[in-house]
Design a protein around this ligand. Sequence first.
Ligand code: AP5
Ligand code: MG
Ligand code: ZN
Length: 216
Amino acid sequence: MYFVMLGAPGAGKGTQADLLSEELGFPHIASGDLFRQNLEKQTELGLLAKAYMQKGGLVPDEVTIKMILERIAAPDCDSGCLLDGFPRTLGQAEALDEAFAVQGRNVDRAIYIHVPSEVLVKRLGGRWICRKCQATYHIIASPPKVKGKCDRCGGELYQRADDVEETIRERLRVFFEQTSPIIDFYREQGKLVEVDGDKDIQEVTRDVLSALAEEK
Ligand code: AP5
Ligand code: MG
Ligand code: ZN
C-alpha cells in the first residue's frame, strides 16, 4: 500500500507517519527529512534546498521529484511506503502517478490531516527534532524524557531554522496556494481520507487507522 500524508506545516504529518509506519510496517519517507539530512552532510542537493527552505518556499519540482523517485525505488519500498511532504504541487502529484503507472503501482490513499491555523503556529513554535534520527517532540504535547535528548537514540534535539514566525507564515501561505489543490486532486480520484488533527496524537492515529479500515 502506498500512502500520501497531506496537511499544512505542523498538522502532524511526520508525527503520524512515524506511528503509522510502526503500526502498518511500511517505511516513512519524508521529503523534508531527506533535504535536512542532505544539508547536514553539506551535499550539493542539501545546499540547493537550503536556499528555498530558509525562506519557506518550495524546492523546485525537478529536483524534488528526482530525489523522491530515487528513494522510493529502493527495495524497502517494494510493498509500500508512507510519503510525508511529497507530493506538494500538482506537478509532483502527476509525476508520482506517472512513475507509479510504469511500475504497476499506484497511490492507494491520501490521508489529509486538517488543523486550524492558530494551532499550527503554536505547534511549530514548540517543536524539537532529533539531529540523528529525526524523531519529533513538542515541549508541551510530547516532551522528551530528558530535556534536549532524544528518547529513541539519545541524539541532540534542535529547533528547525524554518520554525520561526515569519518563515512559518510563509510556509502556511505556500501550503494554501500551492499544495491545497492536491487535496481535490485525490478527492476526485476517490482516494482522500480526511481526519481531524486537532486531537491528542494517539487519538489522531486511532482515527486514521479506523478511517483506513472503513475504506477497505
Ligand atoms: P517539511 O519538513 O515537509 O515541513 P512542513 O510541510 O512545513 O511540515 P512540518 O514538518 O513542519 O509539519 P508536520 O505536519 O510534519 O508536523 P509534525 O508532525 O512535525 O518541509 C520543509 C521544507 O522542505 C519546505 O518548506 C520546503 O522548502 C522543502 N520541501 C519539503 N518537501 C518538499 C516538496 N515536496 N517540494 C518542494 N519543497 C519541499 O508536528 C509539528 C509539531 O506538533 C511537533 O512538535 C509535534 O510534536 C506536535 N504535534 C503533532 N501532532 C500533534 C497533536 N495531535 N497534538 C499536539 N501536538 C502535536
Ligand atoms: Mg514534518
Ligand atoms: Zn533520535
